[in-house]
Design a protein around this ligand. Structure first.
Ligand SMILES: Nc1ncnc2c1ncn2[C@@H]1O[C@H](COP(=O)(O)OP(=O)(O)OP(=O)(O)O)[C@@H](O)[C@H]1O
Ligand SMILES: [Mg+2]
Length: 1047
């Protein structure tokens, strides 16, 4: 076939080839997941090989179209997790790998969407995994269906009914440690929302014979061991039981009470808990366990023979115990166990039983009690599961999904009545299967407008008829033999069969067989050629098992029971019914017919279970065993029917959706009707006309290879698409990321701008307010303090104080001071004063004694001369010196003269004679007590201060001064006229030493002075350009003092 896929073409045919090869290698390794895709579909070897490949890869599930084939892995695979359940939920059946969940989900969705009841038929031989499969389905619904509080209760009950039924109906067999010994059909009811709201169970043919006998290596029903192992001491005492299975005849037949794979004690707890979940009251429980215990006690009941050969019961205690547990009077029970009551022609005859017959009666009672209790248990569970919603009427009932977990085909070395029934059941199911699959296949072709090509298949109706036909079938013949008066035996039954159905092509006996076949049959056997193979049935026990008789007096005894459960199991009405009870085979046939009716009304799905080996080992693929099962399950037949026309079919939408990328016209979207899209696509892919047909809604592809090639091309194309999708996605992702960042930035920006704007607005507002307050305050500034001006006034004060703080006068001479506002003028003055004091104080603190002395002298000078003598201002900046003539410069004789007298000050002066005013250079020494006028070493005049009457100076800038002394003192020569270059300094020192500062007179114009004997002299002062001292014509001393700039 030629491929022209748009994109794949671009990749080159080499690429396609490689992709195909890799897909094919994978297919080589794990096989195909749907048998319809097997090229060689008629080959059993190819079929088994595919199963084997998948099994080795732990792929236990494979489809035959919609039928699921499951191989028991005997290993806990990690494929039943919640994630797996989610993966299969609501997904198209073929899109995910085969799984029991896919079947479950498909049925559930069909039920929901088409509102049609569904059923899932699980079949396979013992140990193939039927019960496990049904549990997985139930769990799937429990987890994935919508839930509510009420639904949860139902769900728990549905789940919990399993351990209870398994305890009473399952047992360890050679094939399976947890073999279901009854058939089970369970309806799960769903409400309009799809939530499980109820359930109903039908049970089929419990293997009662197990109660009294087990083959070697097998056990009785689990419940007996669980009770003995797990029941508490108190309970066992009440039931009269010992904790030892070996003590009970009914438990020791198989010699294997203990099994390593079974933990009876643990299972007991589970069952006990489950019983409480499904509405068992403590009375129910006590009565149920009493029955279980009584079965064990019955098994231990012994009889011996009396002299007449009649049976007598040996253990009186046993009877008492049984009487208590069964709540039947002891005498009635004892009598019933060793007698037989026959009613004939309206008369009742009681005859004693021999030991053997008594044992038979006892076993029959045990089987009947257990069997009926099991049926009661199912009824009880059904009551607890019953859907109680009144919104559903009989017409508007909830939808259901039925689960059928029923025994598969059985072929043993020795096959008896049970195998006959079981295999008959499987024939019926096979027939249903053929009918339904063929029917649906034909219907599909018709619906799709494709011509139907008849399929050759084996219709097993002929075998079903052989077994069940009225009057002519094996069951009818068996019943006849059971009812017939006279000595009917199993062998007469065989003869009857030979007479009646001997010519049937599917029936053979030893007698009828040809030479060769005869060797494979014994005389007591008949052989049926079932659709799945030949089975030899040994007729021994057929009549007995079919009759399933319980002597009337035992039934009567049971009817007297005070045990609530037994009362329901053995109703009095049964005794009055004169009709013979239905035989076991007929009962079974009727119940099967009903089952078929139930199944026919529903849409079926199939799970076919296969057991990989007899050793219950994981990973072991026993080909012989599997081939056998593949044959018995009719899987190849199934495949042939399904592959008769076309290997593969799919709705146009689904096919187009999957493969549209292979053609540029259909990719990425096909706008027209899907059928035309598919036509375009297959043409593009180069399908040949004989390879496919287009129906009304589906495309049919004849050979798997066509599909594989398409699938391989798709695998290759996937990479291209994936890259494209990735690029798109990345772009989209980045754009989204960018948009997110951008919008975040904008948000932050706008927020920040808003915040800034608000801040500015706030500031402006405050500024405007301040200005307004300021202006208003200014206007009101002269008014008394009021709200309008208080800010302004405070501000003015504040700013004055702040200005003051910055501009405080730095020293005492600095007289600057800011102008205070009117309100602060007083405070300003106080502050100014305070500041001045402060400056003065700190100045004073800094002052040295020398400087203090200087200042004191300056102060005195100021007080005396300021504004009075012209040359005073010039003296101010000049510091007064301590002395103008250092002691060392003085003549040593002067010092001797003065002796200890201290010289406070010495200065060079000019003395003017009293007569001629001639100037003479002299030295003026100031001591503490007197002023000395010296000429070199000669004391010219000493003036004691007490005698110093005054000192006169002019107001001009000259340096002349007169020391006034009393004239009358002879020692004195009269007032003395002197001149000093430092007149202010000299006079200050002198006045201070003499303490005569107040005696300094400053004269304007002239000074009078006295010389000896009252003679007066006058000094006239005038101002001129330079200092001239001379004797004027009037005899006065004339002094022209230079004018100073400052004056
Ligand atoms: N899917 C599975 N995964 C793991 N183990 C399984 C699975 N199915 C079955 N088994 C194992 O096989 C055993 C037998 O399975 P199951 O009881 O379902 O068989 P069955 O077909 O119901 O047999 P019977 O007809 O005797 O009742 C289980 O106890 C379990 O150990
Ligand atoms: Mg089972």
């Amino acid at each position: 076939m030629k491929f022209r896929s748009g994109r794949a073409g671009a990749q080159g045919s080499e690429g396609i080839r490689l992709a195909m090869e890799s897909a094919l290698t994978a297919r080589d390794r794990v096989g195909v997941q749907d048998f319809v895709l097997l090229e060689n579909f008629t080959s059993e070897a190819a079929f088994i090989e595919n199963l084997r490949k998948r099994f080795k890869e732990n792929l236990i599930y494979t489809y035959i179209s919609s039928v699921l084939v499951s191989v028991n892995p005997y290993n806990e695979l990690e494929i039943y997790t919640k994630q797996h359940m989610e993966r299969y939920r609501g997904v198209n059946f073929y899109e995910v790998s085969p799984h029991i969940y896919a079947v479950s989900d498909n049925s559930y969705r069909s039920m929901r969407s088409e509102r049609k009841d569904q059923c899932i038929l699980i079949s396979g031989e013992s140990g193939a995994g039927k019960t496990e499969a049904s549990k997985k389905i139930l769990q799937y619904y429990a987890v994935t269906c919508p839930a509510s509080v009420r639904v949860e209760e139902v769900r728990d009950r549905l789940l919990q009914s399993n351990p209870v039924l398994e305890a009473f109906g399952n047992a360890k067999t050679l094939r399976n440690d947890n073999s279901s010994r009854f058939g089970k059909y369970m309806d799960i009811q769903f409400d309009f929302r799809g939530a499980p709201v109820g359930g109903h169970i039908l049970n089929y043919l419990l293997e009662k014979s197990r109660v009294i006998h087990q083959s070697h290596g097998e056990r009785n029903f689990h419940i007996f061991y669980q009770l003995i192992d797990g029941g508490d001491e108190d309970l066992l005492r009440r039931l009269g039981l010992e904790r030892n299975a070996q003590s009970y005849q009914y438990l020791v037949k198989g010699h294997c009470a203990k099994v390593s794979s079974i933990n009876d004690r643990h299972d007991w707890k589970t069952v006990y808990k489950a019983l409480t979940v499904i509405d068992f009251s403590s009375t129910d429980l006590e009565e149920l366990l009493s029955i279980v215990a009584s079965v064990l006690h019955l098994g231990n009941l012994q009889c011996s023979s009396d002299d007449d050969g009649n049976a007598v019961i040996t253990g009186e205690n046993q009877i008492k115990l049984l009487s208590r547990l069964l709540q039947v009077p002891g005498t009635v029970l004892r009598e019933a166990l060793i007698h037989k009551k026959i009613s004939a022609k309206g008369e009742e005859l009681i005859s004693p039983l021999n030991v053997e017959q008594a044992a038979y009666a006892r076993d029959a009672l045990a089987k009947a009690i257990y069997g009926r209790t099991f049926s009661w248990l199912v009824l009880k569970i059904n009551k607890s599961l019953a859907h109680r919603d009144s919104t559903y009427s009989a017409r508007n009932r909830p939808n259901v999904i039925g689960l059928l977990d029923i025994y598969g085909f059985e072929v043993f070395q020795h096959n008896s009545f049970e195998q006959f029934c079981i295999n008959y059941c499987n024939e019926k199911l096979q027939q249903l299967f053929i009918e339904l699959t063929l029917k649906s296949e034909q219907e599909e072709y018709e619906a799709e407008g494709i011509a139907w090509e008849p399929v050759q298949y084996f219709n097993n109706k002929i075998i079903c008829d052989l077994v069940e036909e009225k009057h002519k079938g094996i069951i009818s013949i068996l019943d006849e033999e059971c009812l017939r008066p006279g000595d009917a035996t199993d062998l007469t039954f065989l003869e009857k069969l030979e007479e009646t159905v001997g010519k049937h092509p599917h029936f053979v006996t030893h007698k009828l067989a040809d030479q060769k076949t005869r060797k494979t049959l014994v005389r007591e056997e008949f052989r049926l050629l079932h659709y799945a193979g030949e089975v030899n049935y040994n007729v021994t026990g057929f009549l007995d098992k079919n009759n399933d008789l319980l002597f009337r007096n035992l039934k009567e005894a049971m009817c007297e029971s005070g045990n609530g459960i037994l009362q329901q199991c053995f109703e009095r009405g049964e005794l009055d019914d004169k009709k013979r009870p239905e035989t076991a085979a007929t009962q079974f046939k009727t119940s099967l017919a009903k089952l078929m009716e139930i199944l026919m009304s529903k849409e079926p799905s199939y799970v076919r279970c296969i057991k990989p080996n007899d050793a219950k080992q994981s990973g072991r693929f026993d080909e012989v065993l599997i081939r056998h099962q593949v044959k018995y399950l009719g899987l190849l037949e199934n495949l042939r029917v399904r592959r008769a026309g076309f290997a593969y079919r799919r709705k146009y939408e689904i096919f187009l959706q999957r493969y549209k990328s292979l053609c540029s016209e259909t990719w990425p979207n096909w706008r027209g009707p899907p059928s035309e899209g598919v036509a375009t696509l297959v043409q593009h892919l180069g399908y040949k006309p004989e390879d496919y047909k287009l129906g009304r809604t589906k495309i049919f592809i004849r050979f798997p290879k066509t599909l594989f090639a398409t699938e391989d091309a798709f695998e290759l194309q996937k990479h291209t698409i994936a890259t494209k999708i990735q690029a798109e996605w990345r772009g989209f992702h980045q754009r989204q990321k960018y948009q997110k960042i951008r919008s975040s930035a904008i948000t932050i920006q706008s927020w920040w701008r808003g915040e800034l704007g608000r801040k500015i607005a706030r500031r402006r507002k405050n500024a405007a307010l301040t200005i307004r307050r300021f202006i208003k305050g200014f206007i009101y500034r002269h008014k008394p303090r009021c709200p309008e001006n208080e800010y302004f006034l405070d501000y003015v004060r504040y700013s004055f104080l702040m200005k003051l703080k910055r501009n405080l006068p730095k020293n005492v001479l600095d007289k600057s001071w800011p102008v205070p506002p009117p309100a602060l003028s007083e405070a300003s003055e106080l502050l100014r004063d305070l500041n001045m004091r402060n400056m003065v104080q700190s100045y004073c603190k800094r002052i040295t004694p020398e400087w203090k002395q200087q200042l004191e002298q300056k102060v005195v000078a100021s007080e005396v001369f300021k504004d009075k003598k012209d040359n005073y201002p010039q003296s101010v900046p000049k510091l007064f010196v301590n002395t103008r003539i250092a002691t060392s410069e003085l003549n040593s004789k002067v010092l001797q003269l003065l002796q200890s007298e201290q010289i406070k000050y010495a200065v060079a002066v000019t003395k003017y004679d009293r007569n001629g005013y001639r100037p003479r250079a002299r030295q003026l020494l100031v001591t503490p007590d007197s002023a000395l006028i010296m000429e070199e070493a000669k004391l010219k005049q000493k003036i004691d201060y007490v005698n110093l009457n005054g000192i006169s100076v002019s107001s001009l800038s000259d340096g002349l001064f007169v020391l006034h002394v009393p004239c009358e003192d002879n020692k004195q020569k009269g007032d003395v006229v002197l001149r000093s270059d430092h007149v202010i300094e000299t006079l200050t020192k002198l006045a201070m030493a003499a303490d005569k500062a107040n005696r300094i007179n400053i004269n304007q114009g002239s000074i009078k002075f006295t010389i000896k004997h009252g003679k007066e002299g006058i000094i006239d002062f005038t101002s001129g350009s330079e200092l001239i001292i001379s004797k004027s014509k009037n005899g006065h001393l004339s002094v022209v003092a230079p004018r100073l700039n400052s004056r």
